[in-house]
Design a protein around this ligand. Structure first.
Ligand code: UGA
Length: 410
C-alpha cells in the first residue's frame, strides 16, 4: 500500500498515470496493480494499521543552515504512531542525518515497534533498474531480528547484504553520495587542468579509470553535479560533521569546486563570443540557445539543476536565452521560480539555434547528439558551440563551420 497526503498525486496514480519520468516504472506499477499487489491511498493511519513493515520515504529537504529538515519524517512518524500494529517495523528509507532512527523512535513512543535504517542508492531515471540490480543492500538497527526481517524482503535480488548499526547505515548513505560527488568534482578540476596544460580529459579519464582502484564510473566531466541529492547531501555531510565537532574540509572543497565549475561554464560562453564577465551586463545583446534544463538526462527533475544555475548567471549578465528540454517543456512556471522569468522556451532542439550567437549544451539528452550541425549552423546568427557535457563530436561541429569548446577537451 502506497500512501501520499497529496490527493491529486494519488488520484493520478490510481488512474494509472505515473507523475514522474522514470524508465520502466509504468510497467512495474501496471503489473502490480493488475495483480492486486499494489494500491494507492491517502490515509496513512489506515495503511499503517494493516502493515507489518512501514517504509518512511518522505523528502528531507535542506534547511536554511545546510542541515536536513526532518519535519516531514517527524510528521509522518507522528501520524502513524498510534495506528501501528504491535511488533511492526518502521524503516527509514528517506536520506536522514545520523541519529534519525532515534528521532523516529522518540516521535513514535512505541517500545513495541522497531525502527530500522535502510538507505536507498538508486539514481533518478534508472531507478527501476538500480532497485532490481543493487550493488548492495544496507540495513542498520539495534534489533537483529527486525533488521533480518527487512533484509528478507530483498532476498530475491541476490545481492550483497550489509547489516549494521543504525548510525553506520545512516553514515553510509551520506558517505556514498559525498564520495560520488567528490569523484565528479575531481574530474571537473582535472578537466580544468587539462585545458591549462593542453591535455585531453577523455584520455586522462580512460588512463586513470582503468585502474580498478579508481574505477571508470562517475568520472564524466560536466557543468557540475546537481539534482535533488548530491547538493543537499554534500552540505548535510558538512553540517552533520560540524555538529559533532569535525570540520569536513575535503567535502567543503568538493562543493567549492562544483560552484566554480558553473562559473567556469559561464566564462566559456562569454569567451566564445569574445566577451569577459566583468562590469554591468557584460553579455548584453548576446543571444544564447540552450539545450537541456533538467539536472541530467532521463528525468524531468529540475531541482538544483546546474543548467538553471548557469542560465541564471547568463541572464543576470544580460544575455537573451531560448531553451529547449524534452521533458521540462511544460514546466515554465517552475522554471520561472528560478528567477528565469525572461527565459523563452523553444519547441524543438533545432529551434533554439535560430538567431543564436552561441548554442550551449547543458544536459546530455541523446537527441542533442543527433542534431545535424549543418542545420544548426545555418539557423544561427553566430557560430559558437559550447558543450558542457562533451556530448558532440568536435570534428563534426567544426566541419559545419562552427567553433567548439567542451570541458577539458583538446
Ligand atoms: C544520486 C546517486 O547516484 C544515487 O546513488 C543516490 O541514491 C541518489 O543520488 C540519492 O541520494 O537519492 P541522482 O541524484 O539520481 O543519484 O543522480 P546521479 O546520476 O548520481 O547524478 C548526479 C549529478 O552528477 C548529475 O548532475 C549528473 O549530471 C552529475 N554527473 C554524474 C556528472 O557530472 N558526471 C558523472 O560522471 C556522473
Amino acid at each position: 500500500t502506497c500512501v501520499d497526503i497529496d490527493a491529486e498525486k494519488i488520484e493520478r496514480l490510481q488512474s494509472g498515470e505515473i507523475p514522474i519520468v522514470e524508465a520502466g516504472l509504468d510497467d512495474v506499477v501496471a503489473d502490480a496493480v493488475a495483480a492486486g499487489r499494489l494500491r494507492f491511498v491517502t490515509d496513512p493511519r489506515q495503511a499503517a494499521a494493516q502493515a507489518e513493515i512501514v517504509f518512511l520515504c518522505v523528502p528531507t529537504p535542506q534547511d536554511e543552515d545546510g542541515s536536513a529538515d526532518l519535519s516531514y519524517i517527524e510528521a509522518a512518524a507522528g501520524e502513524i504512531a498510534s495506528s501501528l500494529q504491535v511488533g511492526a517495523i518502521v524503516v527509514n528509507k528517506s536520506t536522514v542525518p545520523v541519529g534519525s532512527v532515534r528521532v523516529v523512535e522518540q516521535v513514535l513512543q512505541r517500545p513495541d515497534v522497531e525502527v530500522v535504517s535502510n538507505p536507498e542508492f538508486l539514481r533518478e531515471g534508472t531507478a527501476v533498474f538500480d532497485f532490481l540490480h543493487p550493488d548492495r543492500v544496507v540495513i542498520g538497527g539495534d534489533d537483529l531480528d527486525a533488521a533480518n526481517t527487512v533484509a528478507g524482503l530483498y532476498t530475491p535480488l541476490d545481492t550483497e547484504m550489509l547489516v549494521t548499526d543504525a548510525a553506520s547505515a545512516e553514515t553510509i548513505k551520506y558517505a556514498a553520495n559525498g564520495f560520488l560527488a567528490m569523484k565528479i568534482s575531481f574530474v571537473n578540476a582535472v578537466a580544468a587542468m587539462c585545458e591549462a596544460v593542453g591535455a585531453d580529459v577523455a584520455d586522462v579519464v580512460e588512463g586513470i579509470g582503468s585502474d580498478h582502484r579508481i574505477g571508470r564510473a562517475f568520472l564524466n566531466p560536466g557543468p557540475g553535479w546537481g539534482g535533488s541529492c548530491f547538493p543537499k547531501d554534500s552540505r548535510a555531510l558538512v553540517s552533520i560533521a560540524a555538529d559533532h565537532g569535525y570540520d569536513f574540509s575535503m567535502m567543503r572543497g568538493v562543493i567549492e569546486v562544483n560552484d566554480e565549475q558553473r562559473i567556469r561554464m559561464v566564462g566559456k560562453v562569454a569567451q566564445a563570443v569574445g566577451r569577459e564577465i566583468v562590469g554591468e551586463q557584460p553579455l548584453a545583446g548576446v543571444s544564447i540557445g540552450a539545450l537541456g534544463l533538467t539536472f541530467k538526462a532521463g528525468t524531468d527533475d529540475l531541482r538544483e539543476s546546474p543548467s538553471l544555475a548557469i542560465l541564471e548567471q547568463l541572464a543576470d549578465a544580460g544575455a537573451a536565452i531560448t531553451a529547449y528540454d524534452p521533458t521540462a517543456v511544460g514546466e515554465l512556471d517552475r522554471i520561472q521560480q528560478h528567477r528565469l522569468a525572461r527565459l523563452q522556451l523553444a519547441e524543438s532542439a533545432l529551434d533554439v539555434a535560430h538567431g543564436a550567437d552561441v548554442v550551449l549544451i547543458l544536459t546530455e539528452w541523446h537527441e542533442f547528439k543527433d542534431l545535424d550541425m549543418a542545420d544548426v549552423a545555418s539557423a544561427m546568427r553566430g557560430k559558437a558551440i559550447v558543450d558542457t557535457r562533451n556530448l558532440l563530436d568536435p570534428l563534426a561541429v567544426k566541419s559545419a563551420g562552427l567553433t567548439y569548446d567542451g570541458v577539458g577537451r583538446r
